[in-house]
Design a protein around this ligand. Structure first.
Ligand code: 13P
Length: 248
């Protein structure tokens, strides 16, 4: 059985005291949901003040692909690991669009993360323009082929795939159950095609994009939606805990 995953991407939000406060309100509450894997992606400068506990893991929002050296401002996978991260987020559309991260660069980050035994949440998803042209399935397929499907069976099992349509992120307009299920089942099919049915059934595929307490129950009811990667609603302790309760 694949695991249910609820991940919080705090992005570039919260001052230190706010982040510590939110964490201290979540860590004990989330222990009540042992059947779910929960992952927090705080701004990296706060991570060493937080702890992995029980079913609560910490992740870093970004890494660079080189191991060390003269790369001012960047953070290596091994450094993230050394402050307690078990996950890294790779392929988020904000990194792709605002920081011009290419499929090729993302592939290098994927390789670097796995070399340091970091697990990956790999984000993919299309723009509204692509969806309007009905090219969304082939677009996401290419993203996965270009940055993820070179991995071995053993390596891909350390990845979670997050489908995050760009038009749904921060817009208040989530994908419908039909839209989410269509893409998630396609991704599962691609995993089966590139690896095997057995592998495909083991990999969690989570949804991101305006997921909140009003729409989570419908999204989580989709057979191929194994959880969520949450932005805005993860900044409120009550919302995030309620999302965990919905996923349980
Ligand atoms: P929102 O939940 O704010 O739409 O953000 C989703 C997201 O980008 C998570 O990575």
């Amino acid at each position: 059985m694949r695991k249910k995953v609820l991940a919080a991407n705090w992005k570039m939000n919260l001052l230190r005291n706010e982040a510590l406060d939110l964490y201290s309100n979540l860590d004990l509450a989330l222990l009540n949901f042992q059947e779910i894997e929960t992952v927090l992606f705080p701004p990296s400068i706060y991570i060493s003040e937080l702890q992995t506990k029980g079913n609560l893991s910490l992740g870093i929002q970004n890494i660079y692909f080189e191991n060390k050296g003269a790369y001012t401002g960047e953070i290596a996978a091994a450094q993230a690991k050394s402050i307690g991260c078990t996950y890294v987020l790779i392929g988020h559309s904000e990194r792709r669009e605002l920081f011009l991260e290419s499929d090729d660069l993302l592939k290098k980050k994927v390789n670097s993360a796995l070399a340091e035994n970091l697990k990956i949440i790999f984000s993919c998803g299309e723009s509204l323009e692509v969806r309007t042209k009905k090219d969304h399935l082939s677009f996401v397929k290419k993203q996965l082929e270009n940055s993820l499907f070179h991995l071995s069976e053993k390596e891909i099992l350390n990845c979670i795939i997050a489908y995050e349509p760009i038009w749904a992120i921060g817009s208040g307009l989530n994908a419908s159950e039909q839209q989410a299920e269509e893409m998630h089942s396609e991704i599962r099919y691609l995993l089966a095609e590139n690896y095997s049915n057995k592998i495909s059934e083991q990999i969690s595929i989570i949804y991101g994009g305006s997921c909140n307490t009003s729409n989570a129950a419908q999204l989580f009811a989709c057979p191929n939606v194994d959880g969520a990667l949450v932005g805005g609603a993860s900044l409120d302790k009550f919302s995030f805990i309620e999302l965990a309760a919905r996923l349980k």
